[in-house]
Design a protein around this ligand. Structure first.
Ligand SMILES: [Zn+2]
Length: 243
């Protein structure tokens, strides 16, 4: 159930997200496409569920084909990537589910990370961030002697939890396998729908404002009037100005 936001609404999202962390931008986009009744729950969606919705939004706004660049991890050669959204769709974890694992003599119950966790990590050093994230997601940890604080879990146990989280929410981390045309090395290229979609939205918004600027200069129309027009009609007037 996704609604496609209109031109004015999308520009508002772009404006509100300027200078904000990626997690906040993702939430603004999610809110714009969700019914009001669902908005309170969005921050607790798993990251995979969030990204799955953002893939749908990308499809609705800019179509299913992605073209982007990455660099070979061995020789640094730029590699062009072309793929379809469907190529990177995998199952996502559901919010509100608890998982259980036994590792290194500990029994741990945990949940999957969501946007509130990512927002809480903002500003943390990368080395601390992962521990902090895992500790936030541990619901209960126990040894034979009794309960253990999540922050006291050994690294080996945390890494098992981290691995199980990835397996339970594969859409949260999309890794493409790319072969370098220069040195033939195969390297994993992460694809982040939030930053990709935001940079496209940014380019689109700046183009929209250039169009508003040109039409307002030529005809004296207000921004509201111009944005209310269909893209076809705006284009036709812009062609007249250029001719
Ligand atoms: Zn290479």
């Amino acid at each position: 159930m996704m609604r496609t936001p209109g031109t004015t609404e999308l520009l508002q999202v772009w404006e509100q997200g300027a200078g904000k962390p990626a997690t906040m931008r993702a939430l603004l986009l999610m809110m714009a496409v969700s019914p009001v009744s669902d908005r309170g729950a969005l921050a607790h969606w798993t990251i995979g569920k969030r990204d799955s919705l953002l893939l749908n939004l990308r499809d609705a706004l800019f179509g299913p084909e992605i073209h982007c660049l990455t660099n070979c991890t061995r020789c640094g050669e730029p590699i062009e990537l072309d793929f379809c959204l469907d190529d990177i769709r995998v199952p996502h974890g559901e919010p509100g589910r608890a998982y259980r694992t036994v590792a290194g003599g500990y029994e741990v119950h945990f949940r999957l990370p969501d946007s509130t966790d990512l927002l809480a990590l903002d500003g943390a050093l990368p080395v601390q961030a992962e521990r902090l994230l895992l500790a936030r997601c541990v619901l209960e940890a126990r040894r034979e002697e009794g309960d253990v604080e999540a922050t006291a879990l050994p690294d080996a146990v945390l890494s098992v939890i981290s691995q199980e989280m990835s397996e339970a929410d594969p859409q949260a981390e999309v890794l493409l396998e790319v072969t370098c045309p220069a040195c033939s090395a195969v390297s994993p290229a992460p694809f982040d729908i939030v930053s990709h979609l935001w940079s496209e939205l940014d380019a689109w918004a700046r183009r929209m404002l250039r169009e508003v600027h040109a039409l307002a200069m030529a005809y004296g129309w207000s921004e509201t009037e111009i944005l209310r027009m269909s893209a076809t009609r705006r284009r036709a007037y812009l062609d007249l100005i250029a001719s």
